[in-house]
Each structure stands twice: as structure tokens, then as C-alpha cells.
Design a binder for this molecule. Structure first.
Ligand SMILES: [Zn+2]
Length: 180
């Protein structure tokens, strides 16, 4: 039944991408799941069903079921049925996938974006799926005043993905999106 469709460029996929690019992250609504690098692919599965590939920010991230639900609702609302959501764990998500635009949005929102490039880290990449060990990292600059004089108050901020910092100059606490 879908054989005739397969011969033509699948504009449905472009439309689905456009719909999903508007889906915000449930924890940080100023950025979309595409900008965070969670939305990996929108494709046509072998059986013809529209398939959306998402990769969790880390194993067991509590926001993932919410994200899958939001993706499903957005596709339903746009008339994309049937569809399925595939969760892919490898390659593991890294903060390197966060777009430049999203980093600026995070900063404007009061969250210091991840610094540095974690792939240059000495550790093997396969070990970063779940790593809660503190890693040596440059202190983030304050998202409010830009000061580099910041100190870490807690390893975990509002979520496990973030650490709680405080600016020594303007004295405001802020979340830091930890690189990994
Ligand atoms: Zn500050």
C-alpha cells in the first residue's frame, strides 16, 4: 500500500521534523528537544511507520517519559498516525550535542551552559553513559553578570543534570548544566 509513496521524496518526514522542532524540553522549556540533541532522527521504518528516534540525556533521566509523551502528542495533533518512538542509547548523549543557539538560550534563562568539550576528556567515551563522579572542569561563568568568580555549592542542582553554583560577584545562585 505504501510502495507508491516510497518512490517519491518523503515530504512527510520534513513536516514531522518541523512539528517536533517545536517540542520543548520539559525541564528547560526555553530550549527544544532538537536543540538539546535529544531528538536524533525522524525516519520511515521498514514497515512504513513514522519512527522518531530520541536519546536520553543520561540513563534513567526522569524527563524521558515526559519527552516521549510530548513527542507522541505533537505527532497526534499534527495528524501523524501511526507513529512510534524509538529510544536509542548508543551513541550516548553528550552535552556537545547542545546547539550554540540553545547554549545562549540557557544562559538567558539563568542556566550556565556546559563549558569545554567532553570528548577531549581523558576518560573513555563509553564510560560516560552514567557518570556522577565530579570531574575536573573549568568553573562556569555567571549567566547573569558574566563573572568568572563562581563557586560550586552542590554537585546536584534542580535536576541531576545540573550543579548548583553561586556567583561571588553578584551573589546570585545559578544552575550549571554539567558537561558530560
Ligand atoms: Zn554574577
Amino acid at each position: 500500500m505504501t510502495a507508491t509513496l516510497a518512490a517519491r521524496p518523503d515530504t512527510t518526514l520534513d513536516h514531522a521534523w518541523a512539528v517536533l522542532e517545536a517540542v520543548p524540553d520539559p525541564e528547560i522549556p526555553v530550549v527544544s528537544i532538537r536543540e538539546l540533541g535529544i531528538l536524533r532522527d525522524v525516519r520511515r521504518a521498514a514497515d512504513g511507520v513514522l519512527e522518531v528516534v530520541i536519546t536520553p540525556t543520561y540513563s534513567g533521566c526522569p524527563a524521558m517519559s515526559q519527552i516521549a509523551e510530548d513527542v507522541g502528542l505533537a505527532l497526534d495533533a499534527a495528524g501523524f498516525t501511526p507513529h512510534r518512538i524509538a529510544t536509542v542509547l548508543a551513541p550516548a548523549w553528550t552535552t556537545d550535542w547542545i546547539t550554540v543557539e540553545a547554549r545562549e538560550k540557557l544562559r538567558a534563562y539563568g542556566i550556565a551552559p556546559p563549558t569545554g568539550n567532553c570528548t577531549s576528556d581523558a576518560g573513555a567515551p563509553v564510560e560516560k553513559v552514567v557518570r556522577f563522579m565530579p570531574r575536573p572542569m573549568a568553573a562556569p561563568t555567571c549567566p547573569r553578570c558574566g563573572s568568572a568568580h563562581t563557586e560550586r555549592l552542590a554537585q546536584f542542582g534542580s535536576t541531576a543534570c545540573k550543579a548548583l553554583y553561586r556567583c561571588i560577584d553578584c551573589r546570585e545562585p545559578f544552575d550549571y548544566f554539567k558537561p558530560y
